[in-house]
Structures are given as C-alpha cells and as structure tokens.
Design a protein around this ligand. Structure first.
Ligand code: TXA
Ligand code: MG
Length: 329
C-alpha cells in the first residue's frame, strides 16, 4: 500500500470535476468540498479504493462511511426509503442531512464501506462543486471528512493538504465551506433517531416530522453495531487539551471565544480566536474547526473555550467541542 503519492490541487471548475471523476474511476482518492466540511472521496463500489481511503485516513475500518449521490433516484438505488425517510429527504436534500437506511437490494456500495452492516448512510450534498463531481462521476462516492483519523475536520483545501498531502491523488479547491460542522445523521431503521447533531437543526427536522427524534441507541444493550457515529473518544481532537465552559483564561492557555470577550485573564491568552464576536451560531459553526486548528498551531498547552449556547447549531458545536475535550489515551 503506497502512501507516497503526488497530491495535485486544482481550482474548482469543469476541468477539476472531470479530473476528479477520472480519478475516482481509476480507484483514486480525492479531497473535495461539501457545504459541511471537505470530504475524502472514493468510488463506493470499488473495495480496493475504499481500502486505500481507510489507509490514507488511518481510520479504524469498522467505522462505516457516508455514500454521497447527486439525485434522489440515485439514493433510492442504494437505500430503501419509507414514508418518513422520503419526507426528510424531500425537506432537506440537497443539504447537510445524512440518512441511515436499510440497504436496497442491488446496492452498489461495497461491504467494506458499510462495515458489513445491512444499513447504509446516504446524503445528497448541496455544494455545487460536490454536485458537479458526483454528476461527472455518475456513481456513489463514499466520503468521510478529509482529515487524518482523530484530527479536526477540514473546512478549507489547505486543511486537507495539511493532513493528507502525499496520501491522496487530488484536492479540488472550492474555497472555505459554508456550514463548518458535519451533516446531521438521522437513523431511519426504527423510530427516526438523531445519531449525530449537525448542520440541519434538530428543531427543523422535528418540525417536518411533527414529533420528537429518538435519542441515539448507543446505550441499547447488546447492540454491537456502530450506531453512535463519531462516538470514538477524542474524535475531533486537536493536539492541545481543551477546557470547556471556561470562565477565565489560565496562564499559557489559548482562548476560543464566543460573543463579547470579558473573562478574566483573556488579555494574557497565548492566542485568541472568536467564533463569532456577534454571538451568531451559524458564523461560529463555520469558524469552529479552522479556529481549533489555528489555536492548536499556536503551540498553547491548552485551549479554554467560552460557553456556547446549546440551542440550534449550538447542539452540533457543543457536541464537537465535547469530543475535542474528551480524555485521550
Ligand atoms: O458532513 C458530513 O457528513 C461529512 C461530509 C464529507 O459529507 N462526512 C462525514 O463523514 O462526516 P464521517 O465518516 O466523518 O462520519 C460519518 C459517520 C460515522 O461516524 C459513521 O459511524 C456514521 O456516519 N455511519 C455511517 N454509516 C452508518 C450506518 N450504517 N449506521 C450508523 N452510522 C453510520
Ligand atoms: Mg469525520
């Protein structure tokens, strides 16, 4: 397994979409923008390509991948939609929602990409560059976030290169992403269940459904399937320690701020990034992973994080921050 590839970067456009499709057809790996985060794409039907993807990412191979497609017809050829799943697809696709559904018979997503489960995660991304690549390629593209396993998700092409240079074939640069946190994952295998908060708000989904989402089933006894996406400890971890709900800044700490910065010790912070000085959660989500990367690169021993409200996109932001703060081995 060679990981000493030459990684080409192309600016988004027709030529880049064609090159990305060629690369996928040849079993190659591409970094490409979606509206949530940059994805690391491979041909979902090609087990050798998917094996290369896991190796490039250094991801434990039991963690299943999301299959990205351009159209609802394509989604229906790989997964079975009941009435509720269809309602969610029609309300939120294309967009930052992933549905975990029963595999359709004839589903082309290889077993390695679904970790042998009889369900499959599907998403139609809204980003025009992702759409162009999917249409040029024609098939499903599996894509985790384009970072090394355990690292912070990439929101720019430069982040992708920092993690995966020499490990993938092509990066399509479509500029910084818009949403900044990954897709919301809803399992539709029994009662619709929120498996991961993300870019589509829980409140918006519940409004469409007309009832509340069930909670993750990770606590269900005896269920060994990886139903708790990204629940690996320190899944989104920067190198520095992360201290949540900080009410002051300790010596040597960097500060991840939200809203007006009035906490004691802020003036001596090793570095400061404000997710949104105006206290806007959408702006904060878009800035989250880049800010964590920047503060980590400052060399501070720890990052103090101001409290972020829990509602709306704050649910996904706090979820990622809790993982970043989780104890590491
Ligand atoms: O926004 C996103 O979702 C990005 C962009 C690139 O689309 N992708 C992304 O992929 O975040 P990844 O691999 O980092 O996270 C996908 C999550 C994993 O935690 C995995 O456990 C879960 O989806 N997943 C995939 N298939 C599943 C299945 N059949 N059942 C339960 N969870 C599943
Ligand atoms: Mg990820």
């Amino acid at each position: 397994m060679t990981l000493d590839l030459t990684t080409t970067t192309l600016p988004a456009g027709d030529a880049a979409a064609a090159a990305a499709a060629d690369c996928l057809r040849g079993g190659g790996l591409i970094g490409f923008p979606t509206e949530t985060v940059y994805g690391l794409g491979a041909d979902a039907a090609n087990p050798a390509a998917v094996a290369r993807l896991y190796a490039a990412k250094g991801r434990p191979s039991f963690n299943p991948l999301i299959a990205h497609v351009a159209t609802l017809d394509a989604a229906r050829s790989i997964a079975r939609f009941d009435a509720i799943a269809l309602k969610l697809a029609e309300a939120f696709w294309p967009g930052p929602l992933t549905l975990v559904l029963p595999k359709a018979s004839g589903c082309t997503v290889c077993d390695l990409a679904t970790a042998g489960l009889d369900s499959v995660a599907v998403r139609i991304p809204a980003h025009p560059v992702a759409q162009a690549i999917l249409r040029a390629f024609g098939g499903a593209v599996v894509a985790p976030s384009a970072n090394r396993s355990g690292h912070v998700s990439p929101t720019t092409a430069a982040h992708v290169r920092a993690d995966l240079d020499g490990r993938i074939d092509l990066i399509v640069d479509g500029g910084p992403v818009e949403v900044g946190v990954e897709s919301t994952i809803v399992g539709c295998l029994d009662a619709p269940r929120l498996l991961r908060p993300g870019g589509v708000l829980r409140e918006a989904i519940e409004r469409v459904l007309g009832f509340a989402l069930a909670e993750p089933a990770s606590a269900l006894a005896g269920n060994a399937a990886p139903l708790a996406p990204g629940m690996l400890a320190s899944h989104y971890a920067p190198g520095a320690q992360v201290r949540l709900d900080a009410e002051d800044v300790d010596p040597g700490e960097a500060l991840l701020a939200f809203g007006p910065v009035e906490l004691p010790g802020a003036e001596r912070a090793a570095a400061i990034r404000n997710l949104s000085a105006a206290g806007d959660l959408a702006e904060a989500a878009a800035n989250l992973f880049g800010a964590l990367r920047d503060l980590d690169a400052s060399g501070a021993r720890a990052i103090a994080v101001m409290p972020i409200p829990p509602h709306g996109l704050g649910e996904a932001i706090n979820d990622r921050l809790r993982r970043a703060a989780a104890p590491r081995d």
